[in-house]
Design a protein around this ligand. Sequence first.
Ligand SMILES: NC(=O)c1ccc[n+]([C@@H]2O[C@H](COP(=O)([O-])OP(=O)(O)OC[C@H]3O[C@@H](n4cnc5c(N)ncnc54)[C@H](OP(=O)(O)O)[C@@H]3O)[C@@H](O)[C@H]2O)c1
Length: 284
Amino acid sequence: MTILVTGATGNVGRNVVELLLAAGAPVRATSRNPKTAELPAGVDVRAGDLDDPGSFGDALAGVEKLFLFPNPSGVAGFLHLARASGVKHVVLLSSAAVSEPGETAGPIGLMHLSVERAVEDSGLARTVLRPGAFASNVLQWAPAIREGGEVRVPYAESTVSPIHERDIAAVAVQALLSDGHEGATYELTGPESMTQRRQVELIAAAIGRPVTVVDLVGDAARAQLEDQYGAFGVPGLVDSVLGTYAASVGTTAPVTDTVGRVTGRPPTAFADWALEHRTAFTAA
Ligand SMILES: NC(=O)c1ccc[n+]([C@@H]2O[C@H](COP(=O)([O-])OP(=O)(O)OC[C@H]3O[C@@H](n4cnc5c(N)ncnc54)[C@H](OP(=O)(O)O)[C@@H]3O)[C@@H](O)[C@H]2O)c1
């Protein structure tokens, strides 16, 4: 029974590959650039671009289970091919943005919802993972912290419950390797709600150097987010991210117990993620 991991070079996919290998499962991985994928030895790496399902060639041959990266274009055609070649179960990386309160999902939520619907329409057994903010999102601050010890943070007092990407992968691997996860939708978070300012403090503690936070609100926050997301050209994206940040100031971000329940071990603290990744904030 081969398991195919798409998005295998991503923060989550790489961990899915490593955990499947550690469990002794037969793993195949796809990337648009298999030659530069740098996946561990023992992984059968093939070419595959989800925008172009035909590019998978025979990468789906013999595959029964699939970890699916949420790429909206081409997903229906890809799932059609997957089903025709014998795939039985899809574990989808989706997003908590799908289930934002008051149906204010915004463009990120709507994009993930369209992929969830394609998986549902495919008729394949499915497990949907809806993580909130990844711990790795803070890597966007790494150059500024390395270069000047100062970060400009839109709504530094906004809150998240950052989740270690390996914990998302661990849930995915349970769903791929053990019974009882078909039909489940898992809302995944880290163990603790914290402000973005607190995340910076924990990075500073991990690297043993002070880091100054410049708190951006209103127009200054908008300008920063335009720089960050404007190039994606997604209508409403900046407004949606800005609204989510501003609305969470002074609130506690949701925390679920799903990682612990599914994997049997507690989710990783953000402080430990920061220690594990400290060289990203120090090495040139
Ligand atoms: N960041 C968050 O807080 C957050 C929260 C909830 C959900 N998410 C979801 O998680 C995703 C990010 O996951 P990640 O951090 O693991 O990935 P990542 O590190 O951002 O890497 C992107 C991955 O997507 C793959 N990819 C991109 N376009 C592709 C295509 N056309 N066909 C096949 N593969 C393609 C890349 O593969 P190759 O380049 O090797 O082809 C790479 O493995 C987001 O896009 C979002 O959907 C993120």
